[in-house]
Ligand binder design. Structure first.
Ligand code: GCV
Length: 670
């Protein structure tokens, strides 16, 4: 039976078809290597129900050998393909098993992978695997506030803060670090990018003491922390008259502050910065560029090996809906492409995957492939801000798989998954990913138990962007529920969930038909006359925005091949057609039906598919722990109400606008 808290580390006895020696010999190492040994012992206890006996390294023994690859290779008759940075090799021989890391992080990842493969039943005598992470940076972002709330959080309050202070349970944080590290996460930012109220005090002595305690727990699991900072801190905290990045007193203030911070957390990964975005302070206030801002901070953390993650979510959020010349989708490229090559070597731009904001379907942002001289990573969202608040089930690796396969230039190795590499000037390499996380104090971590699959899936895909959504759904379901018909059914439910969600949401990539502020449920014109710049401009004849060269010109930010592909109705992917084009309702889609008929059809289908997921779930009643069954059941019931609302509001809206009937005569409310 599933213990929700344990996620993909269920206590479930496996019967391996090979010998797992009782003895473990671990090389001496520092704290991550020590943790690797602890995790090995804990995991074997959980899966094989015995406690390994620890002995000094002796290769005459039948034992499991844990260590650093080079040392093991020299000392034992063991060899495998040499893993790269943070990678590992696993080899199962007749009476010996080797788990070897390139380094200590690699060793820990190797132990975790060994245990997961053991639970999945994938190990056997002769098994051999050498694997290294594709992405150097695999980051989790927390949007946790110091009052204990979590911005866009749907799984309870913060794991880290309460009532304006740090407040965490060491054991829970250790369990959390284990979950993250087991999927390959190596960085975590611990506070909201909107740094307000008490969060501004995080970089003061009193708060840093607690931050250091938190960092120490994550450190054992190979995870370094980032702190989100407020760009205006020199005046709001330091009482300087300005936060101008080119003012010498400001640079000095940050340099001193960095010195203090690094005294408490010597291996701090660096700062994460949201500047000039949605009301946060930034260099624009002083007529400075984002290079000026980022480079000044980079200088401050440089002596300590720190890095600046600088977000590119910079756009005008005071737009006038009447003004059709302005297109928010263009913003990140317009701001940052001209600055390519001007950032310091320890600045990394963090770019949202799409030009808007984590929509159910939007194109990959054109900055990917366009930046050749600037380090950068891609930002994803695991928390389900626009994808159902962890009430509706929406399996996100589908979205990420589409992103990974997007071809930025139709050239050689120009798909996103092929561009994830260490930085190298002159290439459009992406150094990895950051994702806004979906966890909180809820017992099951993620509110919706099945949303654990999104957390697991992010880590796995950040490690290896070539993994498919299907492979990950299978792994996660078997790890969580065992290899049986229940996990098969749950895997199917997961895989069905995103297509269903997309179908009952805003049609064909048009985006933002969601309830303003909360971002749950439909409100078709909720953003139509607001300042946020996300309009669909539906009238009685047509819907969508012309973003071609004849319209806002957004398509021209892409490589020539992609600009052409998106501009042409025939080659533009249909699931994005309303993002790029303004189309009449009688526009003929590839299936021969009109656009309006396709809108009706997808909404009826999406709603039916949500109902089918509920029925699938009900069929599992006798095979699941009651608490899990009931909590997920109630979410599926709410999802069905939501899906019905989406279906009926969207269909009615377009029916009223156009007067066009559903050719199949289904019920549309007038
Ligand atoms: C942290 C969107 C969200 C905000 C979020 C912002 C961001 O606008 O609705 O809650 O703020 O993105 O990514 O900075």
């Amino acid at each position: 039976m599933l213990k929700e808290y344990d996620c993909w580390f269920q206590r479930r006895k496996v019967i391996p078809g090979f010998i797992v020696p009782q003895i473990v010999c671990a090389q001496k190492g520092a704290e991550v290597a020590l943790q690797a040994l602890k995790e090995y012992v804990k995991g074997i206890n959980r899966l094989l129900e015995f406690t390994p006996v620890q002995k000094k390294e002796d290769f005459n023994l039948s034992a499991v050998f844990l260590g650093i690859y080079d040392k093991l290779e020299k000392a034992a008759s063991f060899s495998c393909t040499r893993p790269a940075k943070e990678g590992f090799a696993i080899k199962v021989e007749e009476n010996k098993i080797f788990i070897a890391g390139n380094d200590e992080n690699g060793l820990l990842y190797g132990v975790f992978r060994f245990l997961l493969l053991l639970a999945l039943g994938k190990l056997h005598t002769g098994f051999q695997l050498s694997e290294s992470p594709v992405s150097p940076l695999r980051i989790i972002n927390h949007w946790d506030n110091f009052d204990g709330t979590v911005e866009r959080g749907y799984a309870g309050n913060s794991l880290f803060y309460k009532d304006g202070r740090f407040d965490f349970d060491d054991q829970r944080i250790e369990d959390y670090a284990r979950l993250l590290s087991s999927t390959g996460i190596n960085r975590i930012s611990i506070n909201n990018v909107n740094v307000r109220d008490k969060a501004k005090l995080l970089i003061t002595q009193e708060y840093l003491r607690d931050a250091a305690r938190l960092a120490a727990i994550f450190r054992r699991f190979g995870i370094k922390i980032f702190i989100s900072i407020n760009f205006g801190a020199p005046w709001s905290l330091g009482k300087l008259p300005t936060a101008d990045p080119l003012d010498a007193s400001v640079a000095k203030w940050w340099a001193q502050r960095a010195k203090l911070i690094y005294k408490f957390i010597p291996d701090l990964a660096g700062f994460l910065v949201k500047a000039d975005s949605e009301g946060e302070p930034g260099p624009f206030q002083y007529n400075r560029t984002h290079c000026d801002g980022a480079n000044m901070l980079a200088e401050a953390v440089k002596p300590f090996g720190g890095e600046i993650l600088w977000r590119c979510f910079v756009y005008n959020c005071q737009q006038d809906w009447r003004d059709k010349s302005f297109d928010r989708a263009r913003a990140a490229y317009d701001h940052f492409k001209p600055l390519d090559g001007k950032f310091s070597s320890n600045v990394i731009l963090q770019i949202k995957f799409g030009p808007y904001d984590f929509q159910v379907r939007e194109p990959v942002a054109p900055l990917f492939g366009a930046l050749l001289k600037t380090r950068h990573i891609m930002e994803l969202q695991i928390t389900q801000e626009y994808t159902g608040h962890q009430i509706d089930l929406c399996y996100l690796p589908w979205i990420w798989q589409d992103i990974m396969s997007f071809d930025t230039a139709h050239g050689e190795k120009s798909r996103i998954m092929e561009m994830i590499k260490p930085y190298c000037e002159g290439f459009s390499n992406i150094e990895g990913f950051a994702a806004v996380v979906n966890t909180g104090l809820d017992k099951n971590w993620t509110g919706h138990t099945l949303a654990q699959a999104n957390l697991y899936g992010y880590g796995r895909m950040a490690w290896n962007p070539c993994l498919t959504a299907k492979e990950i759904a299978n792994e996660w379901s078997v790890l969580s529920f065992g290899k049986n018909q229940t996990s098969e059914k749950i895997e199917k439910i997961l895989l069905d969930s995103y297509p269903a969600y997309e179908k009952y949401n805003a049609p064909f990539g048009v985006c933002f038909m969601v309830t303003p502020n909360s971002h749950y449920g439909p409100n078709i014109e909720g953003y139509e006359f607001s300042r946020w710049g996300t309009y669909h401009r539906a009238d009685a004849n047509a819907i969508g925005i012309d973003r071609t060269e004849k319209g806002t010109g957004y398509t021209q930010q892409y490589s020539d091949g992609n600009a052409k592909m998106f501009c042409d109705h025939a080659s533009c992917p249909e699931n994005l057609i309303l993002f790029f084009h303004r189309l009449p309702y009688d526009y003929k889609m590839k299936n021969g039906q009109s656009l309006i008929q396709n809108i009706y059809d997808t909404h009826f289908e999406g709603c039916d598919e949500a109902a089918a997921m509920l029925e699938d779930w009900k069929s599992l009643k006798d095979h699941l722990e009651n608490e899990v069954y009931e909590s997920v059941l109630s979410r599926f019931e709410r999802q069905n109400t939501n899906a019905r609302d989406w279906r009926d509001q969207i269909n009615t809206y377009f029916h009223r606008k156009t007067g066009i009937k559903d050719v199949r005569g289904r019920k549309i409310y007038d």
